[in-house]
Ligand binder design. Structure first.
Ligand code: GH3
Ligand code: MG
Ligand code: MG
Ligand code: MG
Length: 315
């Protein structure tokens, strides 16, 4: 790959190499009725290691999108039979947001009104034909990086910094949707409130940093015992909430009891010292009318578990 325009800085070349390395997992769909031009664009992308898909018209493009859920970018020509690029963009935008799939419109049309039409109908960017390959790469990279940045920000806003578990904000946002969908499909849903027993003693005896290590260790155990589709969240300081779908209510007692035993046996090692902890859990295995109601019920059970002596589950 030769850089034709201007002398690139070392920094530019280094970041370009890193970028190309990351591109190996990024899927891009090129939609153009001209085989020659489509092949040209696909080859440019392949040089930068992208995984490339092709479609010769709008309908074929929609099919490719439906079959491949993780296409990150579409490069769409304007003039195509049946459906033009702007119409296709409009259809794609009904299903995929701008931060899910970046669309770059492309056209050789003299009228510069086309770039406006593309962008007003949901395209992220526009490239005019003929173009320098460097401009093409700059725009593709810029748009891909924008998507990646949004993805990162989303992850940060959903996760708790100390434990990497989901945070309370995500729990309420996704939990409500999960409950609604479970009710619609008549799928069982179980909620568990988990609180570390006598945690103040850990802080008082070993210090706050050791306390943090205990929280991290228990979080790791919690996360390892549930599926991706469940929500394991740090609800507060040393309190966790788990929302599990499709868990048989009768088996849930056994599953949480095993979890309790596992935590009881586990150890947190800090500066050569071994800290052992137990947890109490409140479990509610009936789908209530609202998430808040389920939390309240599980909280009552947790309170009961603490009252009965801790290191136990109540459901
Ligand atoms: P119980 O068995 O009744 O739950 O007793 P407990 O001592 O665990 O009481 P409680 O649940 O009220 O304890 C909360 C304590 O957790 C108070 C607070 O100092 C500590 N804590 C909360 N967040 C953090 C944190 O992020 N790190 C550390 N190290 N401690 C925390
Ligand atoms: Mg065309
Ligand atoms: Mg506690
Ligand atoms: Mg607590």
């Amino acid at each position: 790959y030769v850089i034709k325009e201007g002398v690139p800085t070392i920094g530019y070349v280094t970041s370009l190499i890193q970028r190309i390395h990351q591109n190996k997992t990024i899927k891009i769909l090129v939609v153009d009725d001209s085989t020659a031009f489509r092949t040209f664009v696909c080859n440019l992308l392949r040089v930068h290691q992208y995984i490339v898909f092709e479609a010769c018209d709008g309908n074929a493009a929609i099919k490719v999108m439906n079959r491949n859920k993780d296409i990150k970018m579409m490069i769409i020509d304007f003039s195509m039979p049946d459906m033009n690029g702007v119409q296709l963009t409009k259809i794609i935008r009904q299903k995929y947001k701008k931060e899910q799939v970046a669309i770059i419109g492309i056209s050789a049309h003299e009228k510069n009104i086309l770039s406006v039409q593309f962008i007003k109908n949901g395209a992220n960017d526009f490239i005019h034909k003929p173009f320098l390959s460097e401009e093409f790469y700059c725009r593709v990279t810029q748009n891909i990086e924008m998507l990646e940045r949004i993805q990162k920000i989303k992850e940060f806003s959903n996760k708790d910094y100390l434990t990497d578990l989901y945070n309370r904000r995500y729990f309420f946002e996704s939990g409500r949707k999960m409950l609604a969908s479970a009710k619609r499909q008549n799928i069982p849903i179980v909620i568990a409130m988990v609180d570390i027993d006598f945690f103040k003693n850990v802080n008082d005896t070993y210090g706050h940093d050791a306390g943090d290590e205990v929280i991290k260790n228990i979080s790791r155990i919690l996360k390892s015992r549930f599926r991706e589709s469940d929500i394991v969240c740090r609800f507060g300081g040393e309190e966790f909430c788990i929302l599990a779908v499709n868990m048989d209510p009768e088996q849930s007692v056994r599953i949480f009891e095993e979890l309790r035993k596992h935590i009881e046996k586990s150890e947190t090692h800090v500066d050569g010292r071994i800290i052992k902890n137990t947890v109490s859990m409140g479990i509610y295995a009936e789908s209530a009318d609202s998430l808040d109601r389920m939390i309240k019920q599980a909280d009552m059970m947790l309170y009961e578990a603490k009252k009965r002596g801790r290191n136990r589950i109540v459901c």
